[in-house]
Design a protein around this ligand. Structure first.
Ligand SMILES: NC(=O)C1=CN([C@@H]2O[C@H](COP(=O)(O)OP(=O)(O)OC[C@H]3O[C@@H](n4cnc5c(N)ncnc54)[C@H](O)[C@@H]3O)[C@@H](O)[C@H]2O)C=CC1
Ligand SMILES: CC(=O)C(=O)O
Ligand SMILES: [Mg+2]
Length: 479
């Protein structure tokens, strides 16, 4: 399996090589001895005495790059000009751009897309605001809004540092589902200010995807925006994650021959994702869920400063099990990690019930590595792209928003989320199902289409769809 901390990447080392002092063979040997794998060599400049080469080297993590750099630094006749990480290169200047749909070639075009022609379109929308859906980008746009407080498992790293994740989400929206998503990182952590700002920018959007906003503020922000806006608002870390976890569990329990309803489930990290996941499992019939956060298991009767945990304590842990994760994990059928790195130990997995299912979902470093867990688990999943069974909300948010934009839903109901989970699970056929394939690949095109259809169907049934029929939707696509 691939290594952690970036899952293996490549770096380009630009070297100035003094021809009389050193051979390329010496350099290649030094890189090889340091464990680097040379995958490409380009000569970028040559003179009588020196050559400059870009050497692309596969490395396992940043420390490995450091080791290789040090090995090269000590070779006489070698000067390191630059070391560029491919991942950083890919981020230079950001990852997305806005592209016009039609070119402006002459004054006639200009007078239509802009003034004076555009004014007639503005007035049409002024007279009938619902026309914004057909005459502006609103019908295909989603704002990906973060305040940078719970970015992946990295914590409160601020709005600027959150941007690469939000740009990545926007790329995925477009590539997977054709949705035009805009990364919007807010320089405030104040609940009221976030609500006010999202409401103020809402007219240009068909949906709001809240992302990486820490709990418990995320609950009030989402609830208020759902109630106060007429477009769908969806906190991806809560519901996208819960949908995908349920999809994975439906298939995992089928594989191990257990009933989800009778499983003992232990969840660590009772934040945005952990609470939503618990609610989703309860609505799927699970009765024995135990939540563990930093201070231990959440038990009814205890005092909590976090209001969301009061609900949690009332509705989970029927056996009132107390203690640390290690205490309550005994006999668990399923572990779901939505906390941080290294929280689950091998000894804990050994004490789970037979055929344990472990979803270690913290990003980028899971609660236990697949390498550590593998000898003792039956089914192992992480949130990462470089291991089998990637349980990540990217399997949900593109399809769910494609569906709600297409049927112009005003809300995303619990029924729509359950329908999305079942749709994702259904992409894996019974004869394909195995320990390393409980969830479809992010690149399986069937996922978005199935989720879209299931979500629209459930939206029609829940009465939140504002387009009446599939035919109407198809016609609108060809407008
Ligand atoms: N694979 C996926 O699709 C997704 C994974 N996640 C991961 O889940 C984790 C939590 O995300 P959110 O719920 O959005 O954050 P959050 O900040 O709302 O909640 C995190 C919770 O975990 C608890 N926690 C942190 N370290 C802990 C530890 N060592 N032991 C017990 N509890 C601990 C915190 O006290 C907090 O209650 C992150 O690592 C994130 O990357 C979140 C969403 C989707
Ligand atoms: C995948 C994701 O949204 C997260 O880790 O926060
Ligand atoms: Mg997230």
């Amino acid at each position: 399996m691939a290594g952690l901390n970036g899952g293996g990447t490549s770096v380009i080392v630009r070297l100035e090589i003094h021809k009389e002092l050193v051979t390329f063979g010496r350099i290649a040997t030094a890189i090889g001895d340091a464990g680097g794998d040379i995958v490409a060599i380009d000569v970028t400049r040559a003179s009588k005495t020196t050559t400059t080469r870009d050497i692309t080297v596969k490395v396992s993590d940043p420390e490995h790059t450091e080791t290789i750099t040090k090995a090269l630094q000590v070779i006489p006749g070698v000067r390191i000009i630059n070391v560029s990480d491919q991942t950083f290169l890919l981020h230079l200047g950001g990852k997305i751009e806005v592209t016009p749909k039609v070119p402006i070639k002459n004054r006639d075009d200009l007078s239509r897309v802009y003034t004076p022609g555009v004014a007639r379109v503005c007035m049409a929308i002024h007279e009938d605001p619902s026309k914004a859906h057909s005459l502006t980008i609103k019908r295909n746009t989603v704002a990906v809004v973060s305040d940078g407080t719970a970015v992946l498992g990295l914590g409160n790293i601020g709005p600027e540092a959150a941007m690469p994740v939000m740009e990545g989400k926007a790329m995925l929206f477009k590539q997977m589902a054709g949705v035009d998503a805009f990364p919007i990182c807010l320089d405030t952590q104040d609940t009221e200010e976030i609500i006010r700002t999202v409401k103020a920018i809402a007219p240009g959007f068909g949906g709001i995807n809240l992302e990486d906003i820490s709990s418990p503020r995320c609950f009030e922000i989402e609830e208020r925006l759902i109630n106060e806006l007429d477009i769908p608002v969806f906190h991806d870390d809560q519901h996208g994650t819960a949908v995908v976890i349920l999809a994975g569990l439906l298939n995992a329990v089928k594989l191990v021959g257990k009933q989800l309803e009778s499983c003992k489930v232990v969840i660590t990290g009772i934040g945005a994702a952990g609470i939503a996941c618990t609610k989703m499992l309860i609505s799927a019939g699970v009765t024995n869920v135990i939540g563990v956060d930093r201070q231990g298991a959440i038990v009814r009767g205890d005092e909590f400063t976090n209001k969301a945990w009061e609900w949690y304590a009332e509705n989970t842990n029927p056996g009132l099990e107390r203690g640390t994760l290690s205490d309550v994990i005994s006999g668990a059928d399923i572990f779901i990690g939505l906390s941080g790195p290294g929280v689950l130990k091998q000894d804990d997995v050994k004490r789970m019930a037979t055929d344990p299912i472990v979803f270690a979902m913290a990003n980028p470093t899971p609660e236990i590595t697949p390498e550590e867990a593998e000898p003792y688990v039956r089914v192992m999943a992480t949130g990462r792209s470089d291991y089998p069974n990637q349980i990540n909300n990217v399997l949900c948010f593109p399809g769910i928003f494609r569906g709600v934009l297409d049927c112009r839903a005003s809300k995303i109901t619990q029924e729509m989320k359950l329908a999305a989970a079942k749709a994702i699970a259904s992409v894996v056929n019974e004869d394909e199902l195995n320990e390393y394939y409980i969830i479809p690949s992010v690149f399986n095109h069937a996922v978005v289409e199935k989720v879209r259809e299931a979500v629209m169907e459930a939206a029609f049934e829940s009465g939140v769809a504002r387009r009446r029929s599939q035919r109407e939707i198809n016609e609108a696509h060809h407008e």
